[in-house]
Design a protein around this ligand. Structure first.
Ligand code: NAP
Length: 247
C-alpha cells in the first residue's frame, strides 16, 4: 500500500499508538504534533526502524495555516487514504461558573474547528466528487460526550458531543463519494492527557467505576482505529464505537 494516513497529535498517547499500528498495516504515516518535536521524532524513528515510512510535521490544529501545511506535506508524501482526527485537549477541572471565554474558545477551536478543517482538507483530496480515490476519516470523540462530565469539564464533553454529531453528518454527506467516516469514544485511557488536566492519576482513580474495573491502553484504541480504517470495515460509516470497558 502506498497511501498516506495523516494522524493529528501523533507524537504521544493514542495518536502515537495509532501511527505505529497504521504503519504496521502498510500505511505511509504523516503525523502532526503541537510542540513535542522529540516525541514526534521518536515515533518516526520507530516506524522507520521497522522499514515503514513516516514523516512528522509541526501542526497546531488551532491554526488553519498549520493544517494547510500538514496536508501539503502529506501530498508530497503520497496519495491520502486516511485521516485520524486525534489531536485534542482537556483543561483543568472546573465548573462552568469558573470557565473563562478564553478557555472555551481554545477548547472548541482545537477539538471541534481543528477536526472540521482537517476533515475538509481530507474530503477535498479523497472525494470522488473531486477526482479522488476515496478514503476513511476517523474522529476521536470520548465517552464524555455521553456523560457530560459535570464538575470536571463540561466544555470538553460538549466539544466531543459536537464531534459525534459532525461524524454522523459528514458520514452521510460523503457516503456516496468513496469516503467512510466513523468515530471512536475512548473511555479512561492511560495517557498524558490526564496530567495536562492537572491530575495524572485521574484514569486510575476512576477505574473502579468502569464495568471492566480497569483503565484502557492507547494500543486498545489504536486497534479499533486501524480496524475502522481497514477494508474489514468496508460497510461501516456514520458509526461511533465505544472503546471504554463498558463505561
Ligand atoms: P495526549 O496523550 O495528551 O496526547 C495529545 C497529542 O495531541 C500529542 O501528540 C500532542 O502533541 C497533540 N496535541 C495537543 N494539542 C494539540 C494541538 N493544539 N494541535 C495539534 N496537536 C495537539 O492525548 P490522548 O490521551 O492520546 O488523546 C488523544 C485523543 O483521544 C484526544 O482527542 C482525546 O480527547 C481523546 N480521548 C482520550 C481519552 C483518554 O483517556 N486518554 C479518553 C477519551 C478521549 P505534542 O506531543 O506536540 O504535545
Amino acid at each position: 500500500m502506498d497511501r498516506v494516513a495523516i494522524i493529528t497529535g501523533g507524537s504521544r498517547g493514542i495518536g502515537r499508538a495509532a501511527a505505529l499500528a497504521a504503519a504496521n498495516r502498510g500505511y505511509r504515516v504523516c503525523i502532526g504534533y503541537a510542540s513535542n518535536e522529540a516525541a514526534a521524532r521518536e515515533v518516526v524513528g520507530k516506524i522507520e526502524a521497522s522499514n515503514g515510512k513516516a514523516i512528522a510535521v509541526r501542526c497546531d490544529v488551532a491554526s488553519e495555516d498549520d493544517i494547510l501545511a500538514l496536508f501539503k506535506a502529506a501530498d508530497d508524501f503520497g496519495p491520502l487514504g486516511a485521516l485520524v482526527n486525534n489531536a485534542g485537549v482537556v483543561d483543568v477541572s472546573a465548573r462552568l461558573d469558573d470557565m473563562s471565554a478564553d478557555r472555551l474558545h481554545r477548547m472548541m477551536t482545537i477539538n471541534i474547528v481543528g477536526s472540521m478543517l482537517c476533515a475538509r482538507e481530507a474530503v477535498k483530496r479523497m472525494s470522488t466528487r473531486h477526482g479522488g480515490q476515496g478514503g476513511v476519516i476517523i474522529n476521536l470523540s470520548s465517552v464524555a460526550a455521553k456523560l457530560g462530565s459535570p464538575n470536571t469539564y463540561v466544555d470538553y464533553a460538549a466539544s466531543k458531543g459536537a464531534i459525534d454529531t459532525f461524524t454522523l453528518g459528514l458520514a452521510y454527506e460523503v457516503a456516496n463519494e468513496g469516503i467512510r467516516v466513523a468515530g471512536i469514544r475512548p473511555g479512561l485511557i492511560d495517557t498524558d492527557i490526564h496530567a495536562s488536566g492537572g491530575e495524572p492519576d485521574r484514569a486510575y482513580r476512576l477505574a473502579k467505576n468502569v464495568p471492566m474495573q480497569r483503565v484502557g491502553t492507547a494500543d486498545e484504541i489504536a486497534n479499533a482505529i486501524v480496524w475502522l480504517m481497514s477494508d474489514e470495515a468496508s460497510y461501516v460509516t456514520g458509526s461511533i464505537l465505544d472503546v471504554s470497558g463498558g463505561r
